[in-house]
Design a protein around this ligand. Sequence first.
Ligand code: SAH
Length: 224
Amino acid sequence: MATFSDSRQKLVQALCREGIIRTCAVRDAMLAVPREEFIPERLRSSAYSDSPLPSLAGQTISAPHMVAIMCEALELKPGMIILEVGAGTGYHAAVCSEIVAPDGAAPPGHVYAVECVPSLVEFARANLSRCGYAERVTVIEGDGTMGFPQAAPYDRILVTAAAPAVPPPLKMQLKEGGILVMPVGGLYSIQNLLRLRRSGESFAGEALGGCVFVPLRGHYGWNE
Ligand code: SAH
């Protein structure tokens, strides 16, 4: 029987062949993080199908190709300080931390991941700590549409739930030259993955393609 590690390698190879993974950094990070450890136990046999899976509380863990697309678009480098809005299971934060906070990086990078559902905050913390990411990723419970001003400004910001527009506090917490990647669009309808680059008080935007994410809640999210 194929091991999780075999299946992980196969999936990552396929994403490289398809041109979705373009850099060694993203390839190595996705090879390093055991996705099976970040999903509910009954779904572990599906850990390496390239699809979103249910997590807890009606939420999902993104498909591996979407994690790869976002990591490539973010142009992550060792030493960067990252904000993720929508920590969910902690998987995407772990992948980012493999790139920004490898062993011995100087200055040390870090990922701050905000999650608003308390059961997921606990789930993410437990998964990250069991897999050795507790020192590189901090999970914060709260409304991520307000960002996390205590550790701002950020080199990179990713939002893994879709909103009607980019929440203004996130733009303000991005460093000069920083990149923000997030899905913007309708509720459960086609959304666009947007990349913004900050230059002073202006933000150059670029649409990276269609996607479907769960809704971003909170002050600047959807409140149905
Ligand atoms: N990145 C996650 C998957 C994200 S799913 C992973 O790797 O598993 C989107 C997550 O965003 C959900 O867990 C949802 O609870 C969370 N979320 C939605 N609105 C939020 C908000 N305003 N602040 C923080 N988290 C939010």
